[in-house]
Design a protein around this ligand. Structure first.
Ligand code: NAD
Length: 419
């Protein structure tokens, strides 16, 4: 038992134990690699529009500072707790190390429902959260980014609040901010673009013709909507299913992604969309399609549905969508090619790294330069993971995690106990 114990943290711990066994990490080294270096919990009081004062819990977890500052998103979601935040920070560590970025992992957020907040309330929560974080973060200690429930505007408020405290603009305190405030071209689309790019690579590997292949995308926020758009525009894939937390749609003849994207942009949710047939959200994941891309929340591919998936490629845009029980079933089946989360959605942190570097150096790259560098790095880590999986006869997830964990461990062995 620890302060982090809970379903999501336990899942990260289970994955880590499997990797530690596989690469032979001694028992007395494991806790130091798994448990976060530090965590901060804060209370965020906000005057609500109806005159009440409400207090929201906020968190930031920094997993390790061995390889550089920590890096990680900020999640605004009703169910967020410190255990989920810690698990997401741990996954960020393995992801950054896999991509060769000079970062440890972090994650943070506020337990609130952004869909139920006015813009003024959202701004108040964002600014107060960053205010409370000021002693804990800096461009060389911990760099925040968007995640579920936050966006470019929230990053703009974070950057402004931090900068006002310093007395000058510090753009590089966050990534994923608007381009007008020093953000990079291509960051908003980076995660989904990366997911679609790796799906293209997986299709090549499996000799599936991407053009005309079918895909289901769960979650239609930043990652899901851009994944769907890039799959269509860049690979000719046909989207047959989409969902968000309010509705799910399936049509084997195809769903018009431009229209559903315009609807979601206008209404903020998919509920009420009438141009495709509704389906039970749980059923959607088990429909027939070449590609299934969970791009929403953790633990949606479980022991209950993994045996019923009908996809050839499982592209994990979300963090932690597949439970260890489901992994075991998928490994036994052997007919689903998994692009694991820390590889599949790494495009986001890779372009965040590009944004941080550009900010520190006060220089700016074009969108095509950013996308080209992104594709090159994704291709490199995709090849590394396949090579490792083949060599060790392990799953793609185990291979990706093994590379990430080994790199963090190597840094700790060289530095000593402090970071
Ligand atoms: P977002 O807030 O923009 O969108 C989340 C979407 O998921 C929304 O459409 C929401 O309605 C939907 N959703 C929530 N619960 C759902 C459910 N139970 N079933 C179906 N849909 C549901 O968030 P995002 O930035 O797109 O993040 C999505 C996932 O991708 C998260 O796991 C996040 O950690 C991960 N991720 C995001 C980034 C990034 O750059 N934003 C990078 C890497 C990984």
């Amino acid at each position: 038992m620890s302060v982090y114990t809970g379903p999501v943290f336990d899942m990260a711990a289970t994955q880590f134990a499997a990797i530690a066994d596989h690469i032979g990490i001694p028992q007395d080294e494991r806790a130091r690699l798994l448990y976060p270096k530090r965590a901060l919990a804060v209370s965020i009081p906000v005057h609500m529009d109806d005159g009440r004062t409400e207090v929201f819990p906020g968190y930031r977890v920094q997993h390790h500072l061995t390889l550089g500052p920590t890096k990680g998103g900020t999640r605004f979601a009703p169910s967020l707790d410190v255990g989920e935040t810690a698990a997401l920070a741990i996954w960020m560590s393995w992801k950054c190390a896999l991509a060769g970025l000079p970062y440890g992992g972090a994650k943070g957020g506020v337990a609130c429902d952004p869909g139920a907040l006015s813009r003024r309330e959202l701004e108040a929560i964002s600014r107060r959260y960053m205010q409370e974080m000021i002693p804990f973060v800096s461009p060389h200690t911990d760099v925040m980014a968007p995640d579920m429930g936050t966006n470019e505007q929230v990053m703009g408020w974070f950057m402004d609040t931090y900068s006002m405290h310093q007395g000058h603009s510090v753009n590089e305190i966050v990534t994923g901010k608007p381009v007008a405030l020093g953000g990079t071209e291509g960051r908003r689309e980076a995660t989904g673009r990366g997911v679609a790019h790796l799906v293209g690579r997986a299709c090549e590997r499996l000799a599936i013709k991407a053009s005309g292949a079918t895909a289901i995308v769960q979650g239609f926020g930043n990652v899901g909507s851009v994944t769907a758009q890039c799959l269509v525009a860049e690979h000719g894939v046909k989207i047959v299913g989409v969902s968000d937390h309010t509705a799910a749609f399936f049509d084997p003849h195809g769903i018009d992604v431009t229209r559903v994207s315009a609807y979601a942009a206008k209404n903020r949710v998919l509920a009420g969309y009438t141009e495709a047939a509704r389906i039970d959200p749980a059923e959607l994941l088990m429909q027939k399609a070449d590609i299934l891309a969970p791009c929403a929340v953790e633990r949606v591919i479980t022991g209950a549905n993994a045996g019923h998936l009908q996809c050839a490629i499982l592209a994990e845009g979300a963090n932690g969508p597949t439970t260890p029980e489901a992994d075991a079933i998928l490994a036994q089946r052997g007919d689903v090619f998994v692009i694991p989360d820390i590889l599949c959605n790494a495009g986001g942190v890779i372009v965040s790294y590009f944004e941080w570097v550009q900010g520190l150096q006060r220089l700016f790259w074009s969108e095509s330069e950013v996308n080209e560098k992104l594709r090159r790095l994704l291709d490199s880590i995709f090849a590394q993971v396949i090579t490792r999986a083949t060599k060790d006869r392990i799953s793609m997830r185990m291979a990706a995690l093994a590379i990430g964990v080994e790199r963090v461990r190597g840094g700790k062995q060289l530095r000593g106990l402090f970071p």
